[in-house]
Write a protein that binds this ligand. Sequence first.
Ligand SMILES: Cc1cc2nc3c(=O)[nH]c(=O)nc-3n(C[C@H](O)[C@H](O)[C@H](O)COP(=O)(O)OP(=O)(O)OC[C@H]3O[C@@H](n4cnc5c(N)ncnc54)[C@H](O)[C@@H]3O)c2cc1C
Length: 332
Amino acid sequence: MEETQENFRERDVALEEIATRLSVRAERGRRFAELTSLRVGGAIDWVLSPNTEAQAAAVVHEMDQAGIGWRALGSGSNILADDSDHHYVVLSLKDLKGELEFDGDRVSVPAGYSLPRLCIEAGRQGLSGIEGLGGIPGTVGGALWMNAGAYGHEIGTVTETVRVARDGRVVAIPGSDVQWNYRHTSFREGELLLGATLRLKPDDPEKIRTRMEDAKSRRLATQPHGSRSAGCFFKNPPTSSVGTGKIIDELGMKGSRRGSAIVSPVHANFIVTEGEGARAEDALALAEEIRERVKNEHGIELEYEVELWRSSPKTKSDADETQAETDRKEQK
Ligand SMILES: Cc1cc2nc3c(=O)[nH]c(=O)nc-3n(C[C@H](O)[C@H](O)[C@H](O)COP(=O)(O)OP(=O)(O)OC[C@H]3O[C@@H](n4cnc5c(N)ncnc54)[C@H](O)[C@@H]3O)c2cc1C
């Protein structure tokens, strides 16, 4: 359905009513350039920021009932959002921080909690299994969504239960019901993750700290730091023993530039942006140039690890259609 100004006005009235009734902070005038680590991307119609799991579950239920399109956003560290206006609601989970609850070798954590902070706190408690993830600059929700991993650890491996929003309620599902693949899970578009309980292994806090420091040093030595990036732009190809960074490096593309976007001279699988008015368009053009060269010279189709967020309006039915398309492709 083509969205008209009248549709948007009706949506805005409905949304303001929902946000007020549920006491959820609702803002206009935010831009993806402020909310993502690449520091690019256009204006967002609305940003809603619930601060409890129950409030988040209720608000997405109400939006689904009213047919209002929304997307969940953590720290925005894995997203390249278009430069144009985004006519949907961004549900920011950054205020859903809450407190960690430790119980023996388990820890319960809300989706908006910082992943690096969780790793530090777990290590202090003498709980091992996520220390490799300490340098991933996102929320726990974002990490669960794509099964974040590094240095031999993946979050899915230690996830005992995930709390999700279902019909306005907080529901715990076993981690074993989720398919945890390489930077991909079976969570469906439109599923909101509210928190998780991780089951870790007791170990000496000092040993955990050393391993965490080791992972940090390796990261600092091999990746750009202090730059505006979204981490690795492409997944490693399943058919190649060589990582994507090395493939791009061997094409001599380190330092290649398109406007405000550059292939990092430190790690060729990182695209970094520069300047005040940096554009998603530049980063995407550079990424497509990389894909084309890798395709022509190695016959490999690089798959994006970063998520590309288009500016077109999204409704639940669009999301279901996208998922159906993905399922069809996966079955081929
Ligand atoms: C310097 C740097 C290094 C990185 N290194 C690594 C690495 O080593 N390993 C790795 O795996 N990743 C890495 N990343 C990528 C990124 O940090 C991770 O993917 C991280 O887990 C994303 O979390 P986020 O909160 O920023 O999610 P976002 O980028 O905000 O969102 C990512 C996806 O998760 C969804 N999402 C987020 N929260 C929720 C929720 N509560 N419910 C439902 N969906 C949700 C979003 O809708 C989106 O689809 C790196 C990024 C940077 C900038």
